[in-house]
Write a new protein. Structure first.
Ligand code: CC7
Length: 260
C-alpha cells in the first residue's frame, strides 16, 4: 500500500499570513481548517520508505506532526525558499544523526540550492534526476514546467510498474505548453498548485494557475481525480461548491491511499 500525505498545502506565506485579518486567516487562527503550512508532501511505501517532495521552511514542525524521526529521501521541485527553506534543518538533523541526506533534484536546481545554502552539501547528497528513479513499484521522473514570472519548476510523475497507475505532483506551474501538458492527459491523479480562486491579472505577471483555470484543465486533461494544493489565504477549503465532482482542495494532514 502506498500513502500520500499532504503536510504543507499553503503558498509561500502559509495561512494565516502574519499581517492579515481576512476571513480565511481569522478562521485559520480560530478553528484551523484553513491553517496551512508551506509546501511539503510525502509518500510512504513499504519498500522505499518515506519520500518527501519539497522541504519548505515548516519542515521540522511537519516532521513532528507526522511523528517521524528521519526521512529516507527528498525530491525537490525547484529552489524557491518556500520549497527548500527546511533543507538547512534537514542538514542539521543529518549531521546530528550522522546520516547522509539523499536529495534528488533536477540537475539545474542543484547549483541554485547550494548557492543559497552552501554548507548543506557536506551532509546532503544532491543527486541529479537525469534518469528515472525507482521507488518500490513506482518509477519516478521529473519534467520541467513554466512557473510564469517566477521562472521554472519541475513536476514529478509516478507510474506504478505493475498496474500502470499514474499520478503527478505539480505544485508550481502556469501557462504550460502543449508539450508540458502531455503527461497530465488521462493521469489517474493530478495534484496541482492553485494559489487563488481567480487572478484577474495579465498572465505574464502571474506564477501559478488559479482554481478556475484548474477546473478548465480538469475538463481538458480528464484525470481520474484532481487535488488542488499550494493554496493561499484567498481559498476557503470549506467552500467546496466552487469545485466540480472529481476536484477537491487538499487540507493539512489529508492522505490518499493507493493500492499496490
Ligand atoms: N528568486 C526567488 C524568487 C521568489 N522566491 C520565493 O518563492 C516564492 C514564490 O511565490 P511568491 O508568492 O511569489 O513568493 C516567492 C518568494 O517567497 C524565492 O525564494 N527566490
Amino acid at each position: 500500500m502506498t500513502t500520500l500525505i499532504f503536510c504543507g498545502t499553503g503558498d509561500s506565506q502559509g495561512v494565516p499570513r502574519s499581517y492579515c485579518d481576512c476571513q480565511v486567516c481569522v478562521e485559520a487562527r480560530a478553528a484551523g481548517s484553513n491553517r496551512r503550512l508551506r509546501p511539503s508532501f510525502y509518500m510512504r511505501e513499504p519498500v522505499s520508505g518515506t519520500t518527501w517532495i519539497d522541504c519548505g521552511p515548516d519542515w521540522g514542525r511537519q516532521m513532528e506532526d507526522a511523528g517521524f524521526r528521519s526521512v529516507d529521501r527528498m525530491l525537490i521541485t525547484h529552489a524557491h525558499y518556500d520549497h527548500i527553506g527546511g533543507l538547512p534543518e534537514w542538514y542539521d538533523a543529518c549531521r546530528w544523526t550522522d546520516k547522509e541526506g539523499l536529495t534528488y533534484c533536477p540537475a539545474e536546481v542543484i547549483p541554485e540550492i547550494t548557492a543559497r545554502f552552501p554548507w548543506v552539501a557536506s551532509r546532503l547528497r544532491f543527486i541529479p534526476m537525469e534518469e528515472s528513479l525507482v521507488l518500490g513499484k513506482w518509477v519516478v521522473r521529473c519534467f520541467r514546467v513554466h512557473h510564469g514570472r517566477n521562472g521554472y519548476s519541475y513536476a514529478f510523475e509516478f507510474i506504478h510498474s505493475v498496474n500502470g497507475y499514474r499520478w503527478i505532483y505539480c505544485s508550481d506551474a502556469i501557462d504550460l505548453t502543449e508539450e508540458q501538458q502531455r503527461p497530465f492527459y488521462g493521469a489517474d491523479l493530478v495534484i496541482l498548485g492553485t494559489s487563488f480562486v481567480k487572478e484577474p491579472y495579465p498572465i505574464h505577471t502571474r506564477s501559478i494557475y488559479d482554481v478556475e483555470e484548474a477546473i478548465e484543465l480538469f475538463e481538458r486533461w480528464k484525470p481520474g481525480r484532481m487535488v488542488l494544493t499550494h493554496l493561499s489565504h484567498d481559498i476557503d477549503v470549506n467552500k467546496k461548491d466552487v469545485l466540480p465532482e472529481g476536484v477537491q482542495f487538499a487540507v493539512t494532514g489529508m492522505s490518499i491511499t493507493l493500492c499496490d
